[in-house]
Design a protein around this ligand. Structure first.
Ligand SMILES: [Zn+2]
Length: 169
């Protein structure tokens, strides 16, 4: 009871939440990290001005918690990396990015497993939660997303190609 675990995704040292352990399926996150993310989502949802930050936080969190090799996790990683690319490099709004991301999962699309880099960035959901004002939330989410995207840089070229592919379709 009361122990902490290291999140296999973001590396945060975080309280274990046993009752949530089976709640997040293929996401490679410690249960306490997932709980922190749910808390952040609630906070971002409470403020309509934070819609963009909320949509970006989904891509940041999921790309930072790729999970283990498998079709579902592989597709998820690709989809959310494309989301980060569309937002950060192409400047798409959350709504436009969501529409484009839906096309990543085309019927015959394949998803090569991208072996995650050793570090997925030094910023975790805990830092975003620690910020107080809506403006601070937004700035922190943007820094977080940038840090995750930078961590995945070895695959940036492939992801960019896929992002351009869904924009052209
Ligand atoms: Zn985590």
């Amino acid at each position: 009871m009361g122990g902490t675990v290291i999140c296999p995704g973001c590396g945060a040292d975080i309280p274990d939440v046993p009752e949530l352990r089976s709640d997040h399926l293929y996401v490679g996150a410690a249960s306490g990290c997932w709980a922190a993310y749910m808390e952040l989502t609630g906070r971002l949802m409470a403020d309509p001005g934070l819609l963009e930050a909320r949509l970006l936080s989904v891509d940041a969190y999921m790309a930072q918690h790729p999970g283990v090799r498998g079709r579902q996790a592989g597709q998820s990683v690709w989809t959310h990396l494309v989301g980060l690319c569309l937002a950060l490099e192409f400047g798409l709004s959350g709504a436009d990015s969501t529409r484009a991301k839906a096309r990543v999962a085309a019927p015959h699309a394949t998803f090569d497993w991208l072996e995650p880099p050793a570090s997925l960035g030094s910023i975790t959901v805990l830092e975003i939660l620690a910020t107080a004002s809506p403006l601070d939330h937004r700035v922190a989410v943007e820094r977080w997303a940038g840090s995750v995207w930078t961590a995945w840089a070895p695959y940036a070229e492939e992801v960019r190609r896929r992002a351009i592919g869904v924009l052209e379709r």
